[in-house]
Design a protein around this ligand. Sequence first.
Ligand SMILES: Cc1cc2nc3c(=O)[nH]c(=O)nc-3n(C[C@H](O)[C@H](O)[C@H](O)COP(=O)(O)OP(=O)(O)OC[C@H]3O[C@@H](n4cnc5c(N)ncnc54)[C@H](O)[C@@H]3O)c2cc1C
Length: 596
Amino acid sequence: MGASTLLLTGNIDTIAQMSCNPAIGGQAKGQMVREIDALGGEMAINTDLTAIQFRLLNESKGPAVRSPRAQCDKKAYQFRLKHTLELQKNLQIFQATVTGLIYKNGRVVGCQTNLDIEFMGHTVVVTTGTFLRGLMHVGQNKNEGGRLGDFSAKTLSASLIEAGIELQRLKTGTPPRLLGRSINFTGLQEQKGDAKPTLFAFHDTRDPEDLFHVEQTGERRLGWSPGSEQVSCWMTYTTPASEKIVRDNLHKSAMYSGEIEGIGPRYCPSIEDKFVRFADKPRHLLFLEPEGRSTNEYYINGLSTSLPFDVQLDLVHSIPGLEQAVLLRPAYAVEYDFAPPTQLFPSLESRKAENLFLAGQINGTSGYEEAAAQGLIAGVNAVLKVRGEAPLIIQRHEGYIGVLIDDLVTKGTIEPYRMFTSRAEHRLLFNHGSAELRLIEHSKPHKLLSDSRISNISHKLSRVHYWQNYLENTRSGAGIWAEGIRRDKEIAILPSELNTETPEIREEVLYRVIYAGYLDRELRQVEKLKHVEKIRIPLEINYAAIPGMRRESALKLAQFRPQNLGQASRISGVNPADISILMIQIAAQRRAAEQS
Ligand SMILES: Cc1cc2nc3c(=O)[nH]c(=O)nc-3n(C[C@H](O)[C@H](O)[C@H](O)COP(=O)(O)OP(=O)(O)OC[C@H]3O[C@@H](n4cnc5c(N)ncnc54)[C@H](O)[C@@H]3O)c2cc1C
């Protein structure tokens, strides 16, 4: 966006280091990565160029819920992104730990660092991940740090509290890492990548130079393309012996012995949780995933735990293929401070301190994609704030990013929040192929993409509209094209000129034609809801004084201070009857203001 920006990080070498497994995408997250790409973020292209395995999940289900997933080379991902940042104009990178924020008249104006150097800025975006008072647990063993081998940001919490920001504790965990040559792969089920990889970035609308700008400057590797030379993952299962080891030692697990006060991720449970909460399941599936091409380190997906190290060893050795496995790093749990996100405006600016934005795991989310989406929106809005322009708010019907931020700021979260397709009421509109078409109304005015890419997207959109219109209104021999396609789901017979369009255009046209009935119904629903999103709630409204409103609703509304009626209706504990009462009150206040 052309803004002069400083990135402060405790360790430059760990920029974009993936704390857990180096996998990007998956259910709903894959679509979100495509949305990030559509808004100029780096995650998609960085994944495509450093991934070692690609798989399209839910391939047998409807296109709206098909999600790309990729296993990346952990170090390549990190180094390529660091290099990309180094080449970014207007961005300065500096290694220092932020120890506190500097406030003036209720506004943040800069930050202090451990080097006693102060940095001043118009806006500040805080993205501390799991580092705020991070405390790691391996059984009863505790070490300060946001991640194994990393520091703990200890004093910054106090500085946030000073601004009136409430902090709470959450926890997350990660499995052990193994030495690949100590694994016996004989008898384990191999999982190969897709022969035809589904990439994350919209390669068809970017300039070829965009694609290879960092890792292949100068001489390019002939014949290499994203998705070449994929590697395999392997599947294995826990055994009854594994369950016995876990159950016998539950009292030693940091989580089960009450050592950890923070709440953990329900959707990414530890192995302790799996055996206790899903007691009827005889075994649990585990994936052995390589962490890169130039390392022999393997990640055991599904075996996150906070049991002591000796128990972890026994547990790993009870699993087929891992009888002799050598552990390179132990599993551990980490607990950290987060700031309940209902303290934010939808722009991700703090309600407590002006010009301060929060993004990522500090807002109670879990996952790289959720963090990247928020970082992007907070960054854009930090610039718009400096310019005195209206913030970028992605609406719930426009994409998963809209759902994510709206959920966070209106409902909050008491456990690490991760995105699912089921969280999005309009998910049919969010097929991954349409992200840049859906979001062009935002990427264009804010200049988040190059002019040439915007022009390519506009062209793509006009071709999609042309073909949609053509198929819905033109007769082939037997009848209208679109009706034939919907009836027979026969997409082999298409107008020959449509077959000359790019696969991306063809796929989007067919999605829109085949599911036209469902999509139209969804769009009508969106239109119906749009008007409540436009009804603004006066800032000075006194909920406690609204006649007839339930006390619980009044308290919740006063606490969350929604900006419009749509947001108010999504706050848990506020019922539809109270929304109607609120609507009447807003109308009455507006009439009174007009008359006076
Ligand atoms: C043990 C563990 C297991 C996880 N498991 C999963 C998982 O299975 N699936 C999943 O999707 N997600 C998982 N996550 C979460 C995932 O790593 C995070 O959601 C994501 O990385 C958060 O991104 P972020 O940008 O908010 O923070 P991070 O990626 O944590 O980055 C924070 C950055 O801020 C820097 N920093 C922090 N404080 C300061 C300071 N005061 N001054 C300067 N720099 C500072 C750090 O050096 C770091 O570079 C796990 C995380 C951990 C730690």
